[in-house]
Design a protein around this ligand. Structure first.
Ligand SMILES: [Zn+2]
Length: 276
C-alpha cells in the first residue's frame, strides 16, 4: 500500500512537470472496459496499451487500471534508437514528441527512458490520399501472391503483405470501422479484424491487442503492437485486405511507398520535415 501511495505521488509530481497526468482507477464489480473508458473519458485503446495485464474481456473488481490524460501510450527508448525513428514509428513529428515530453536537448535522451506519445500527435504524417493508411512503419518483407512458405517450405498463396518491424512497434488501423475479431486466430497468431461495411482489414502476428470486439475504431488509432505470434519467423505484421471475402493486394490500396536502401518498400510519410 505504501508503495502504491509513493508511486501515485511520483506520478503527480511528474504530471506537474510534464504535459500529461497519470492516474489510477480501481475496478468496481460489474464494470466493463467500455463503461470505465466512458466514465473516465479515456480511450479503451490507451488503457489497454498502458496496462499490460488488463484483458478487455477479463476485468475484475479490485484491479488497478492506470490511465493518462490526454489519451496516450509510453514508448521506451532503446539503445541506439534515434528520435526520428520513434517519430516515424508513430507517424508523428519529432517536434511534437519533444514538446509533449519537455525535452530541450536531444543529447539527454537515454536508453530506457519512457516517452509519452499522445494520441493527438499519432498518424499526423500518414499519407491519407489513397483512403487507407499504412498500419505500421516498416519494410515489406514478403509481398502478396504465390510464394514458398518460409516455415513449411510449400507453395502457398500469401493473402496479404508482411511488413517487418521490431517487436512492440505500434500498429494503427488502416481504415475506420468496427472491430469484428480480436484474439488468437490459428496461424495468424494474435489477430485483429476491422470492417467498414465494405472492406475488411486484418492485422496478424501481434504481441499485444489494444482494442476489443464491437469497438468503433477511427483510422489511425493505435490497435496493437507488433509481435511474432502464430506461424511467424520473426516480428512482423501480416496485413490483409478482403472485399466480399476475396483477398486483394494491399499495395494496390496503400499510399505510395518508396524503395529503401535494401531494395524493400517503406511507407512515405505525407508531410515534409521528418528528417529522413
Ligand atoms: Zn503474411
Amino acid at each position: 500500500m505504501k508503495k502504491f501511495i509513493l508511486f501515485t505521488l511520483l506520478l503527480m509530481i511528474t504530471s506537474i512537470y510534464l504535459g500529461y497526468t497519470m492516474k489510477y482507477y480501481v475496478v468496481k464489480s460489474g464494470d466493463t472496459l467500455s463503461e470505465i473508458s466512458q466514465k473516465l473519458g479515456v480511450s479503451p485503446n490507451s488503457i489497454l496499451d498502458l496496462n499490460v495485464m488488463i484483458k478487455a474481456d477479463k476485468i475484475y473488481s479490485g484491479q488497478k487500471i492506470l490511465y493518462s490524460k490526454p489519451n496516450g501510450v509510453f514508448e521506451t527508448v532503446n539503445k541506439g534508437e534515434a528520435l526520428w525513428y520513434i517519430a516515424a514509428e508513430y507517424f508523428a513529428t519529432t517536434n511534437d514528441i519533444l514538446k509533449f515530453n519537455k525535452i530541450k536537448d536531444l543529447n539527454f535522451l537515454f536508453p530506457g527512458e519512457k516517452l509519452f506519445i499522445p494520441f493527438s500527435i499519432m498518424c499526423k504524417t500518414s499519407n491519407k490520399k489513397s483512403g487507407i493508411i499504412w498500419p505500421v512503419f516498416g519494410e515489406i518483407t514478403s509481398p502478396y501472391g504465390w510464394r514458398i512458405n518460409p516455415l513449411f517450405h510449400k507453395k502457398e498463396f500469401h493473402s496479404g503483405v508482411d511488413i517487418g518491424a521490431p517487436e512492440g512497434t505500434p500498429v494503427f488501423s488502416a481504415i475506420s470501422g468496427v472491430v469484428t475479431y480480436a484474439g488468437w486466430f490459428g496461424g495468424y497468431g494474435r489477430m485483429i479484424q476491422i470492417f467498414n461495411g465494405h472492406m475488411l482489414t486484418r492485422y496478424g502476428h501481434l504481441s499485444k491487442i489494444d482494442c476489443y470486439v464491437g469497438e468503433h475504431i477511427k483510422q489511425g488509432e493505435i490497435i496493437g503492437r507488433i509481435g511474432s505470434t502464430g506461424w511467424s519467423t520473426g516480428p512482423h505484421l501480416h496485413f490483409e485486405i478482403r472485399i466480399n471475402g476475396n483477398a486483394y493486394n494491399p499495395l494496390g490500396y496503400l499510399p505510395y511507398a518508396h524503395w529503401s536502401g535494401e531494395g524493400k518498400r517503406l511507407p512515405t510519410p505525407y508531410q515534409e520535415g521528418m528528417g529522413y
